[in-house]
Design a protein around this ligand. Structure first.
Ligand code: FAD
Ligand code: MLT
Ligand code: ZN
Length: 471
């Protein structure tokens, strides 16, 4: 290993190869503090050429590499194992926005660009970069692409995959594939771009990307509404889809227990709707015509919803600041869960037609088998994506509870997901957290195909081994 470290010094300046514990530690524990690993070194390259040289050295010396962006992922994908033999390759120094192509409506960015910096750069030129998630101040576009992140705008603009036109990738051999074309059509055989997106660092290292931009909306209106049942929230979604069509850009659901937890840790985030409704829905419309047009449309649809008995209360944000407080309330649920202690996450998608049956049956089963637990169910309802998270009963030690109950709770929830033909990972990925469950969920044929791809693209198994699939 000493030889490998000496070879690394021929590629990177000493200060970009971290080997002392106090320097490495910030890169070794994930955001949820669920996984802590060890690393031979943390390396901080600045260019795709440096990444390629590092990977070539890893291939020669059989050293495994864990690619890392903002380290905000929920599945332990960017955390090394406990061997101390892997290196972490963090891309934060590759943070140049290379170009905005106004006519093509694209932005070319390096992997280490913080998501929020891309949004701001686009907005400064009157464009919208629609990817948006609670971690946007620290996650990086390379990580977003590697996890195919979702977030709050998917129902209108799609997930990260849908926003990407081209990639630059360093392969397991240490070659650079330049696929940085900003084309909306390109049927030249297998889609390599889509192979790397969502592969969580197991097939290649993303070093840059061409992403789509959209016109910035003229006006956005945000409302919070109260609904009594799951079926009302879904009928409400269908009503908005029919009446607002592409103007509907946000539809987020929060249960009473989720908002109770929020208020416990962030009293300033109290629900402005009175009476603690069972379901609070945040709805956002975005318009390119005029403020009056979208406001009137929103009011008309809400009136219809009241008349149909779908909602019992509504509050419309009067200005941008109030709209932001509604969004902050939604985004703080994740932070409130972290404050509360380790919780059991289930990032799942269910077809909208099966959502009512899923929630009613799963809620009942969970409450019967694990009395007193809190079901922190919230999420991107417009995409059928629930964050069906479970916290222990009040006063019970989180670690002790999870030790005994994690497995049976996961089994119960995932069995319900399978019953409803859903997915056990909607947007957070697989990483090490869901490695074990993946085989059964994907089925033998799909799982074998994934392993075949992994073996073909990374025969030495040096790229993020034992994440997503083990070969
Ligand atoms: P990391 O955590 O560093 O890495 C994630 C995975 O990608 C790892 O497997 C890593 O090895 C790999 N990787 C990273 N960079 C590269 C690269 N350049 N090339 C190849 N592989 C790479 N996620 C959602 O989808 N939707 C949400 O709404 C959402 N909300 C969140 C809210 C909060 C408060 C937090 C903390 C997280 C949230 N997340 C959400 C999860 C997380 O932010 C996303 O998964 C994000 O895309 C990860 O980006 P990152 O840069 O932090 O990646
Ligand atoms: C979010 O949408 O806020 C996160 O993806 C959900 C989570 O914390 O589980
Ligand atoms: Zn989410």
């Amino acid at each position: 290993m000493q030889i490998f470290l000496e070879q690394l010094h021929q590629v990177l300046d000493q200060k970009y190869i971290l080997t002392e514990d106090q320097d490495k530690n910030p890169y070794l524990t994930d955001w949820r503090k669920r996984y802590t690993g060890k690393a031979l070194a943390v390396v901080l390259p600045r260019t795709a050429q440096e990444v390629a040289q590092i990977i070539r050295l890893c291939a020669i010396n059989q050293v495994a590499v864990v690619p890392q962006g903002g380290h905000t992922g929920f599945c332990g994908g960017a955390t090394p194992d406990s061997s101390g033999k892997q290196i972490v390759l963090n891309l934060k120094r590759m943070n140049t926005i290379r170009e905005i192509d106004v006519a093509n409506q694209t932005i070319t960015v390096e992997a280490g660009c913080i998501l929020q910096a891309i949004q701001e750069k686009a907005a400064a030129q009157d464009f919208l970069f629609p990817l948006s998630l609670g971690a946007e101040g620290s996650c990086m576009i390379g990580g977003n692409l590697a996890t195919n992140a979702g977030g709050t705008n998917v129902l209108r603009y799609g997930n990260t995959r849908d926003l990407c036109l081209g990639l630059e990738v360093v392969t397991a051999k240490g070659e650079i594939w330049n696929g940085l074309k900003g084309l909306r059509k390109d049927n030249t055989g297998y889609d390599l771009r889509d192979l790397f997106i969502g592969s969580e660092g197991t097939l290649g290292i993303i070093t840059a990307a061409v992403m789509k931009l959209y016109p910035l909306p003229i006006s956005q209106w945000t409302t919070l509404v109260a609904a009594d049942s799951v079926v009302s929230t879904i009928t409400l979604l269908n009503l908005f889809q029919k009446r607002a069509t592409s103007l509907l850009t946000g539809f987020e659901m929060m249960t009473q227990e989720s908002l109770d937890l929020n208020e416990k840790h962030f009293p300033q985030m109290a629900n402005p709707l009175k009476g603690n409704p069972p379901y609070t829905v945040l709805i956002e419309l975005s318009d390119h015509e005029s403020e009056a047009h979208v406001r009137q449309l929103l009011e008309t649809i809400l009136e219809e919803a009241f008349e149909a008995g779908l909602i019992s209360d509504a509050v419309i944000a009067n200005n941008l600041a109030q709209a932001n407080t509604f969004w902050h309330m939604r985004e703080h649920i994740t932070l409130a869960q972290a404050e509360e202690g380790a919780n059991l996450k289930h990032d799942i998608t269910i077809p909208l037609s099966a959502l009512e049956s899923f929630i009613e049956e799963t809620d009942a089963l969970v409450r019967a088998k694990f009395p007193g637990v809190r079901i922190i169910n919230f999420g991107h309802l417009g995409d059928g994506n629930l964050h069906y998270n479970i916290a222990p009963p009040i006063g019970v030690d989180h670690k002790a509870f999870n030790l005994t109950n994690e497995k049976p709770i996961h089994e119960l929830v995932y069995a319900q997901v399978e019953r409803c033909q859903g997915s056990i990972s909607a947007e957070h990925g697989v990483g090490q957290l869901k490695l074990e469950g993946l085989r059964a969920h994907k089925g033998e044929v799909a799982h074998e195909l994934m392993k075949t791809l992994k073996r073909a693209l990374d025969p030495q198994n040096i790229l993020n081994p034992h994440k997503v699939v083990s070969i």
